[in-house]
Design a protein around this ligand. Structure first.
Ligand SMILES: *Cc1c(COP(=O)(O)O)cnc(C)c1O
Length: 431
């Protein structure tokens, strides 16, 4: 379907008057693309042009858009029950999804708490960690240790564990909790992790473990805080440190979960079990907003045993049946195909396609892991200039800072991956 071209102007006029976009000025958000439909890996613009989506809508749309299997799952659940409260009630999609998540993740993680978004899943994990120590009589353990270049969400508590610089801590002054920050791991993904990577975090834990509830990290891939990859060996050493100093370990796999790094979960690269695990983003294949926090028995039984008698959290839309049914369909669809081979193919195509960027003077680094391809520039891009350049080349890429990156839907074919990487190289070479 092609819409009249005045739809473009009309949409942007309405948008300009009333809509506030993420990380953008209200009155002057820069380039905005009016998308009226999406199918497969293509976004359709209001004037009928199509863009190949290199972003999977911020890691989510692993099966692409308008997928018949996903559409059927949503429709079937819609005709059964779209929502019911979760206090004192359960329902088949929640039970089935919780069992699937418990089965797919490390054996010790057997309790699932559903919420609406990734940030909330991280807040829930932080609250669980704090409430756990409170429940077993160690009230002093309330702080978090996080890594520089990390990203864990945009709500006030999650911001406090995001990188203090890119997370704009200075804007929020006294309101953000003061947490401990360790350096981002320097060891590369395919190398060992030297003791130097552990020195500072070891010191923090040694000195302050009586105040520390948990360490929170994104395993193997630091996403929105810098698109950095690091050694799985770091996670093994971190688990040992947390055990030595009696501190819980939280893995935030909201970006990395469901195949993106070549394993179903990034923690599998290290074979390490956290005490708490956060999932979101591609959990529903990008169809609905849903997130989950998984806990082991130590945490759930500890909290149960406390004075409060319960974990104190309860989202209105907790375990929304439509979202749970969609997540079940998305996971079944992913697991029904040779997804590891697909991720490997996309990886190899991204590595080949982005390699020429290494020769450009404006490029500081090119890196790939799983179905993630990153060009790091020496200077931050000018979004107003660069965004329309990608659209002119028929691709949707949304850089941030110095990073021009792609994590395509896993259904993207080789020709489309080649178009995306060629477009990225062409745009970057003109900056
Ligand atoms: C996106 C993201 C979040 C926040 O999820 P929202 O759904 O945007 O609230 C948290 N942690 C990581 C690692 C993420 O990539």
């Amino acid at each position: 379907m092609t819409l009249a071209s005045d739809t473009w102007a009309e949409l942007l006029e309405g948008d300009g008057a009333h809509v506030w976009h993420p990380y953008a000025q209200a009155a002057d958000p820069g380039y905005i693309a009016p998308v009226v439909a999406a199918s497969g890996v293509r976004l359709q613009l209001a004037d009928g042009r199509e863009l190949i989506d290199g972003m999977a809508s911020w890691w989510c749309a692993i099966h692409g858009y308008n997928h018949p299997v996903m559409n059927r799952a949503v429709t079937a659940q819609l005709e059964t029950m779209s929502h019911v409260m979760f206090g004192g009630i359960t329902h088949p999609p929640a039970v089935k999804l919780a069992k699937m998540l418990a089965d797919l993740t490390p054996a010790s993680l057997d309790r699932v708490f559903f919420s609406d978004s990734g940030s909330v899943a991280v807040e829930v994990a932080m609250k669980m960690a704090i409430q756990y120590w409170q429940a077993i009589g160690r009230q002093s353990k309330q702080k978090m240790v996080a890594l520089r270049s990390g990203y864990h969400g945009d709500t006030l508590a999650t911001m406090s564990v995001c990188d203090p610089v890119t997370g704009m801590h200075h804007l929020f002054g006294e309101v953000l909790n003061k947490q401990f920050f360790a350096p981002a791991p320097q060891s590369p993904f395919d190398g060992p992790c030297p003791e130097s990577d552990m020195a500072e975090i070891s010191d923090i834990l040694a000195q302050h473990h009586n105040e520390i509830a948990a360490v929170i990290v994104e395993p193997v891939v630091q996403g929105a805080g810098g698109m950095r990859f690091y050694s799985p060996d770091y996670l093994r050493k971190l688990r040992a440190l947390c055990d030595a100093f009696d501190v819980l370990l939280i893995f935030d796999e909201i970006a990395t979960g469901f195949g993106r790094t070549g394993k179903l979960f990034a923690l599998e690269h290290a074979d390490v079990e956290p005490d708490l695990l956060c999932l979101g983003k591609s959990l529903t294949g990008g169809y609905m907003t849903l997130a989950a926090t998984l806990a082991n028995k130590r945490v759930s039984e500890g909290i149960d045993s406390g004075d409060a008698g319960a974990f104190m959290h309860g989202p209105t839309f907790m375990a929304n049946p439509l979202a749970c049914a969609t997540a079940i369909a998305s996971i079944e669809l992913l697991l029904s195909q040779p997804w590891q081979r697909t991720v490997q193919r996309i990886h190899d195509e991204l590595a080949t396609g982005l390699a020429p960027a290494r020769d450009l003077p404006q490029v500081a680094d090119v890196r790939t892991l799983g179905a993630i391809g990153v060009i790091e520039l020496r200077e931050a891009v000018n979004m107003r200039e660069v965004q329309p350049m990608f659209v002119e080349r028929g691709i949707w890429i949304r850089p941030f800072g110095k990073l021009v990156y792609t994590m395509p839907p896993l259904v993207m074919n080789s020709d489309d991956v080649a178009t995306v990487t060629a477009g990225m190289i062409d745009v970057v070479s003109r900056l």
